[in-house]
Design a protein around this ligand. Structure first.
Ligand code: AMP
Length: 279
């Protein structure tokens, strides 16, 4: 496994691979890797000749300075997890390498970037589009792998590659969960032991709510989820929406879509956790 810090060096290695007709798969991450990330990497390794994983904490997608400063950075440990699962190249650039000039591009992907996370984290998806497009230009992958944990992000990335005509196949991978149901996240390490014990309530409630849809109305299911989670004093639901999984448009009736997804963000103490579940 090679660890590469510059775009030029990465492009030289990958040009050689592509000359040999190797199919290149790519997994963008911000590091602090856990089994959720590794499931994407394994899928990438299985379905491509060459697997590239980027590790870059992208400053332009953080709307909270404190979150950026405290984001876990564990490059050495990350590399030791990536090698045994078959990653070929780790791309770990500096901020200066990715942003030699400030990126002034402003994207508009319509509804998919405006709702839910887009409304609560101004500039977040613009920053995601900036970095992922730059990474796609650097790697030029055939396939790129994203986790459904960040459900809205996948819709934004799909809209971006369409808008920018980037020839890459976007592959969505299922959410990996801890045994108690909590969606794996690099931010879980910030939970206190008490919060960590409470956090599975989110997934548990979502799962329970899927058992009584569609007998109950969409609004009743939403109220159940919000009220159940908010009943715990450690938790505060920021939003819960049930949307069409393709357009991310809120649904009022189950018949509004064939692909209903419930998307939630909850503050568990100070820690912002996201999750989603298909109905
Ligand atoms: P991040 O490092 O948080 O930017 O995540 C990098 C990629 O890993 C994104 O595509 C995430 O959606 C994905 N990912 C993060 N957590 C999980 C999880 N628990 N299950 C599946 N994919 C995940």
């Amino acid at each position: 496994m090679k660890i590469v810090n510059s775009i030029k060096e990465l492009k030289a290695y990958l040009a050689e691979e592509k000359r040999n007709n190797k199919q290149v798969g790519f997994v963008p991450t911000m590091g602090a890797l856990h089994d959720g990330h590794l499931s994407l990497v394994k899928c990438c390794v299985e379905n491509n000749d060459v697997c590239v994983v980027s590790i870059f904490v992208n400053p332009t997608q953080f709307n909270d300075k404190h979150d950026l400063e405290t984001y876990p950075r564990t490059l050495e440990k990350d590399c030791s997890l990536l090698e045994p699962v078959g990653c070929d190249y780790v791309f770990a650039p500096s901020v200066e390498e990715m942003y030699p000039e400030p990126d002034t591009r402003v994207f508009d992907f319509g509804l998919v970037s405006a709702v839910m996370e887009g409304a609560r984290r101004p500039g977040h998806f613009n920053g995601v589009a900036q970095i992922v497009s730059k990474l796609f230009y650097a790697v030029e992958p055939d396939n790129a792998y994203f986790g459904e944990k960040d459900f809205q992000q996948i819709a934004v990335i799909r809209a971006m590659v369409e808008q920018l005509n980037i020839p890459v196949n976007i592959v969505a991978c299922p959410i990996l969960r801890e045994e108690d149901g909590l969606a794996m996240s690099s931010r879980n390490v910030r939970l206190t032991p008490e919060q960590r014990q409470k956090a599975p309530l989110i997934a548990r409630t979502l799962k329970e709510s899927t058992t009584f849809a569609p007998e109950k109305s969409v609004q009743e299911v939403i109220d159940f989820v919000i009220n159940t989670i908010n009943a715990d004093p450690v938790m505060r639901v920021e939003y819960y929406e049930i949307v069409d999984g393709y357009t991310l448009k809120s649904i009022q009736n189950w018949s509004d879509t064939t692909y209903p997804i419930g998307c939630i963000t909850v503050y568990c103490g100070e820690v912002r956790l996201i999750d989603n579940m298909k109905y």
